[in-house]
Design a protein around this ligand. Structure first.
Ligand code: ZN
Ligand code: ZN
Ligand code: FE
Length: 761
């Protein structure tokens, strides 16, 4: 036994399993001459180390600093132990602890070391598309149960060859206990039209270069891919997907190529090269060498880098004569509105009308995940769709939670489970409007409850009685149900991720959410904490004719706003939106006059739709938010002017936008350019925000403002509002780790339900 030896027990919590943490600890301890052991336990890793004080200090100092790139340490607790006189350092087998839960790691993009392996002709993994190690590769998508071990993954059907097994067993190897470890001799392979492995890879590249649409099985599901430079191919895919305008995501070879397509700042570069490899929305270069059909009417393009060895090999250096790509369209392999296809046997039946060829592989996808989407604002990454690489990473809520299931909203659904101090959000489930999506919701829920050992005692849900997520929550037996107002949940979501617990000014702008008065809300100023909210102000109610079909046809929405602003003569204005069959206009006009099949809404999203239509920009849409997105694209910030508006001092106050609607109609009639109208409109909305927030501050003595709801995905509005609010002395909080849209709703529902339940009991 060493003289002056010490022994310590260190408990590390966070994402430390499946990311190469134990081998790292082993190497560090051995290099410092320390003895002891490390083992995985549910909830983290326990290390016992013994040796000199100097070595111990160095170990504790370097442990958090040099941890593997994908490890994320939440807590490090150390306590002294009696010296045992261990001679060596060892890695112990996992100890399952049924009450506790381990954090299931998200899927990780290919690391540089693996990239070097499969691109080196002398390496035994040269050209092998399923190469991975403890620092990279599939995780959440292949795990069937925990603890995370190969027999409990979809890799269990591939016995390792002696060479792979030797790597797996060697604590000093990068592939020590890498559960999906494989090589061409023992692991999964590719298949395309009777061709296998390398041949399949060569032929998929040829087909893509010829302009084919190929369904390519990836990490979390199938992509539909085609050459982004080939206009005919992109248009063909667009036609087949019946997605006439919504932007397609691009995968590009490398950052240098991305730089030729979009404008990239430092934060964008960090997001793009983040090991989670999200799709990053960035401003398109006017001379971007990709088909315009990739994202019609949109100045932004969603770009991602290759994140599996297969992707790298699609772009990689090729023997002479083979075609090469700079960018591929990579859109989710699904029929519109359905979840992404993940199983080989469902690919052909469901995608045969979309794809010319199928590139399969035989590593099963246990849990499907779409690509995540982010954009950057204020130097930080903001998640818009939280899925691959992010889910199911827990979000620390800073307080002990009741075990809750929050079922989320209808569109862009995610659900949320809580355990200990964590919120665990599901990946993006999609629009809960059909059986396939509901089944996906149910499967994912069963899965995550098992992984994280959660048995919810509470089910939180939206107030909208027709949301499938609401119906789902209400039929669960033996749990407490908590109904939560949509916009309160939006603000609570922003509060939760920013660790705010006190009352705030909450500004929730979105398309639609069920109000506490049974009407449709969406332009709301709340004063709230987790326990309750007060509706301080909202946009004045406007009638919409035709319910859901109105949303597809912004001109119908506009007519409602115009009638409010101009009265019964509104439809006689010589505006572009009235250039359509007269009987259509008469029908909507009379529906509005007699309030037949009309609903009243205070929605901010509908206001954007109406303005887009009145100004002559967009009368019909093919995807949610299109009219507002195209209006945002026209705002250029060149002027600071705004339109007039009124605020009625009722309780709650009503924000009257009729003066603005009249002015916009007049500007349009006078031939003012759309860029100017759009800029003035956006400026007006941000002035309304600062004005109302100022009134709330004066009466409630609050100065923290939370901005949430899908409308704040409008970057022009977000920037203008945050800047103006800060200038007026407010502290402003926005989303970063969960989406501002309905994808973040479940987090807010969980935070509110937790508070409500703790007060009930
Ligand atoms: Zn690797
Ligand atoms: Zn092998
Ligand atoms: Fe919403």
């Amino acid at each position: 036994m060493q003289l002056n030896a010490q022994r310590k027990r260190i408990r590390v919590q966070g994402i430390v399993q499946g990311v190469g943490f134990r081998p790292f600890v082993y190497r560090l301890a051995v290099s410092l001459g320390l003895s002891g052991h490390v083992l995985n336990v549910s909830g983290g890793v326990i290390i016992e180390v013994e040796g000199s004080a100097a070595a111990m200090d160095s170990f504790l100092d370097r442990l958090p600093k040099e941890a593997p790139p994908l490890a994320s340490i939440d807590e490090l607790i150390q306590e002294p132990r009696a010296v045992l006189g261990d001679l060596i350092f060892t890695i112990h087998d996992s100890v399952p602890d049924p009450g506790k839960f381990a954090l299931v790691p998200p899927d990780l993009s290919t690391c540089d070391a693996c990239l070097a392996d499969f691109t080196d002709p002398s390496n035994r993994r040269f050209g092998y598309p399923f190469t991975n190690c403890t620092n990279c590769g599939p995780r959440y998508t292949i795990i069937q149960d925990i603890p995370y071990d190969r027999p409990k993954t979809t890799m269990s059907v591939f016995p390792m060859c002696p060479e792979c097994q030797a790597e797996y067993d060697d604590p000093l190897n990068r592939r020590f206990h890498a559960q999906p470890n494989a090589c061409a001799r023992c692991g999964p392979w590719l298949e395309l039209d009777e061709a296998f492995g390398r041949d399949a890879l060569v032929s998929v590249r040829t087909l893509l270069k010829q302009g084919a649409v190929v369904a390519i099985k990836g990490l979390g599901g199938f992509h539909l891919a085609c050459d982004a430079m080939n206009d005919t191919a992109v248009r063909r895919l667009r036609e087949r997907k019946r997605r006439s305008d919504k932007a397609f995501a691009l995968m590009v070879r490398d950052v240098a190529m991305a730089e030729r397509i979009v404008f990239i700042d430092e934060a964008d570069r960090r997001a793009l090269t983040n090991p989670r490899r999200p799709i990053v929305l960035m401003l398109r270069r006017p001379d971007a060498p990709v088909s315009l059909a990739v994202a019609p009417g949109n100045n932004n393009l969603g770009v991602m880098l290759p994140y599996t060895p297969l992707h790298h090999l699609l772009f990689g250096d090729l023997p002479e004569g083979e075609p090469e790509f700079a960018a591929l369209v990579m859109t989710s392999g699904n029929l519109s509105e359905e979840p992404i296809v993940s199983r080989n046997d469902e690919a052909r039946p469901r995608l045969h009308t979309l794809a010319d060829h199928f590139l399969f592989h035989n590593r099963d996808i246990q849990t499907r995940v779409d690509d995540s989407v982010v954009r950057t604002f204020d130097g930080r990454e903001r998640v818009i769709r939280r899925s691959r690489g992010y889910a199911p990473q827990p979000i620390d809520l800073d307080r002990k939670m009741t075990e809750i299931l929050a079922c989320g909203g209808q569109l862009k659904n995610t659900f949320c489970l809580t355990k200990d101090c964590y919120a665990i959000l599901s990946q993006h489930i999609g629009d809960l409007e059909n059986l396939e999506t509901l089944t996906f919701f149910q499967e994912t829920l069963d899965h995550m409850k098992r992984f994280f050992r959660v048995s919810p005692q509470v089910a939180a849900h939206d107030l909208h009685p027709d949301y499938l997520s609401t119906k789902f929550a209400l039929q669960i037996a033996n749990v407490q149900k908590v109904g939560i107002q949509h916009h309160h949940a939006h603000i609570a979501s922003c509060m939760a991720e920013n660790h705010l617990h006190q009352k705030v000014i909450g500004i929730a702008f979105d398309g639609t959410g069920f109000g506490a008065d049974g009407r449709i809300w969406g332009g709301e100023f709340l004063v709230c904490d987790f326990a309750s909210f007060e509706r301080y102000a909202h946009f004045r109610y406007v009638p919409l004719a035709g319910g859901d079909s109105a949303v597809r046809e912004p001109w119908r929405i506009a007519l409602g706003y115009l009638k409010e602003a101009f009265g019964s003569e509104a439809h006689k204005l010589d505006l572009p939106l009235f250039r359509r069959p007269e009987n259509h206009i008469r029908l909507v006009n009379s529906a509005l006059e007699h309030r037949i099949n009309t609903i009243e809404t205070s929605s901010a999203g509908r206001l954007f739709d109406a303005v887009s239509s009145i100004a002559g920009l967009r009368q019909e849409i093919t995807y949610e938010g299109q009219a507002a997105i195209e209006l945002e694209m026209k705002a250029d910030g060149s002027i600071g002017e705004a339109y007039p508006f009124d605020i009625e001092s009722s309780a709650p106050s009503q924000i009257d936008t009729r003066p603005m609607i009249r002015a916009i109609a007049q500007d349009t009639l006078a031939g003012v350019v759309i860029e100017r109208i759009s800029t003035k409109f956006h400026n007006t909305v941000s002035r309304i925000i600062v004005e109302v927030a100022g009134r709330i501050r004066a009466s409630e003595r609050l100065q923290k403002v939370c901005l949430s709801g899908g409308t704040f995905q409008n970057m022009y509005l977000l920037k203008a509002s945050v800047t103006a609010l800060k200038k007026a002395g407010f502290e402003v909080f926005v989303h970063s780790v969960v989406p501002a849209n309905d994808g973040g709703l479940s987090l807010g529902q969980a935070a509110i339900a937790n508070e409500v339940c703790s007060r009930r009991s």
